[in-house]
Design a protein around this ligand. Structure first.
Ligand code: G3P
Ligand code: CA
Length: 268
């Protein structure tokens, strides 16, 4: 089992609960995060969207239609309107074998509600989504993290990781709060590849990359590790894929099933 070294140790396989334990409960709800904590995920993974009145909420899509009982863009809806939505019935309809009647009572949580609920008992792996359309996103996020004492010198390194597909968003965080470790997300269309200058550029602000796992090769993972970068593939739900990626040297995995990843790691 994983040695209890620092969260960012390259010798650890971080168990990143993707949208919470979203294989078992509706993604990005308190139930999903609670399940992630129970299943001993190292991180709650949280995607951010911003409401019309500039509150950060936990949601993957820009539009509420897939994961609630309504439609419309988050950025066109007030917090009151978002908080009135049912964030769980869609899951019961789509995954009848995982359905629970209590899920129909779930709401879309604000980031602060998640932090108020779990405090410093868990670690947070937070993604700024579409930050170019929400210029206040990074400042708002940093203010919340500061208020809740989740950043700063006396906070363990890696308590909060910030990830983004947007390099500009990460650079803004790096400039304003350089102590926060950053992960550059990349979606490789084909085989994963980075030139030496690209690797150097990423290393200047980030501790690693997150990448779609299907694009990865043993060679690429090995090179990245040699370059001193962490690598966290997403989103890996099958044990055979987890095992192969760990054999190649990945340092963490985004999964909807934190228990499956624990079983794989314990069996290796
Ligand atoms: O953040 C890693 C992974 O979650 C990226 O994909 O679309 O699930 O946010 P997505
Ligand atoms: Ca994400």
């Amino acid at each position: 089992s994983a040695a209890k070294t620092g969260l960012l140790s390259p010798n650890r396989i971080l168990n990143i609960a993707h949208r919470g334990a979203s294989g078992y409960a509706p993604e990005h709800t308190l139930a999903s995060y609670q399940k992630a904590k129970e299943l001993d995920g190292d991180y709650l993974e949280i995607d951010l969207q911003m409401t019309k009145d500039c509150t950060l909420v936990a949601m993957h899509d820009e539009d509420v239609s897939r994961t609630t009982n309504s439609d419309g863009k988050v950025s066109d809806l007030s917090l009151d309107a978002i908080e009135a939505l049912d964030a769980g019935t869609w899951f019961n309809d789509e995954y009848p074998y995982q359905a629970e009647s209590a899920f129909s009572q779930l709401t879309v949580p604000t980031l602060e509600e998640v932090i108020d609920t779990f405090g410093s008992e868990v670690n947070y792996y937070i993604e700024t989504k579409t930050p170019s359309e929400e210029p206040a996103m990074v400042d708002t996020l940093l203010r919340i993290l500061q208020k809740h004492h989740l950043v700063g010198e006396d906070v363990p390194s890696g308590k909060v990781i910030i990830q983004s597909f947007s390099k500009n968003s990460l650079l803004e965080v790096h400039q304003k709060e350089p102590s926060i470790p950053l992960i550059q997300l990349i979606h490789f269309r084909k085989k994963a590849m980075l030139t030496d200058p690209e690797v150097d550029e990423i290393k200047s602000y980030a501790v690693g990359i997150g990448a779609n796992y299907e694009s990865l090769s043993k060679e690429f993972v090995g090179e990245l590790r040699n370059d001193g970068l962490l690598i966290h593939p997403y989103t890996v739900n099958e044990p055979a894929d987890m095992k192969r990626l760990i054999d190649w040297g990945v340092t963490g995995i985004f999964t909807n099933y934190p228990d499956r990843l624990h079983d794989v790691v314990d069996g290796m």
